[in-house]
Design a protein around this ligand. Sequence first.
Ligand SMILES: [Zn+2]
Length: 258
Amino acid sequence: MAKAKWKIYVATDLEGASGVWRFAQTRDLTSPLYVQAVEYLMGDIAALVRGLREAGAARIVVADGHGGGDNFIPHMMEPGATYVTGKPRSPMEGLDKTFHGVILLGHHAMKGTADGVLNHTQSSATEMRYWYNERESGEIAQTALLAGRLGVPVIMVTGDTATCREAKSFLGPDVVTVATKRGIGREAAELYPLQETRAAISEGAKRSLQAISRCRPYKLPMPIRCKREWIERTEHPSETRTAVREASIRDVTRICTF
Ligand SMILES: [Zn+2]
């Protein structure tokens, strides 16, 4: 296939962006720390889009994925892509079977990963955890399943070193990973300078297009046995308990909300 035909979908999150390591940077939309973190994310996106364009991607759709999904800064949009943001919309709005690959940019390791910066699965407030067919899975696997249902493989993942390790473990050795920092603890990291992470992201983007033919869509045997566990408050405000829900599902769009 001529390389100029590549269509790429980019699913973004904030926790794994260059320069982000504290929850204070990711939760309060009125905080200057949050505004700065989103600027870091926009810089990572720009580096990715430049790399993809230089390598011949014809269409790039970048989707805003963190929290409520209102994170993009329009005047920092790199030309050569379109940017999906706001609500309401489905988690992978605009992705269809005609795309050749999905890139997870700025992602993070699953809840409980000791060296995973800002590790969580869906909700750090309720410490949500998910299992599919008995394997504990985080947001990398969840997003890969949503793409895999359409037959589209994840071809590249960026985030801390724990995120990169989790991506290879679920998606195999051919997915391109780019570390934006080395994870030490939940709010501790060895940060890499932004100029260096962005150069690595651009270079990784080019390699990811070459990896498309080797990457396979992530799928699980049906029906998927799902389990979800989270912390909830009891009638006594100071007490908590662990809640569990289990389901057997065939509709992959329900893997987070069963
Ligand atoms: Zn997030």
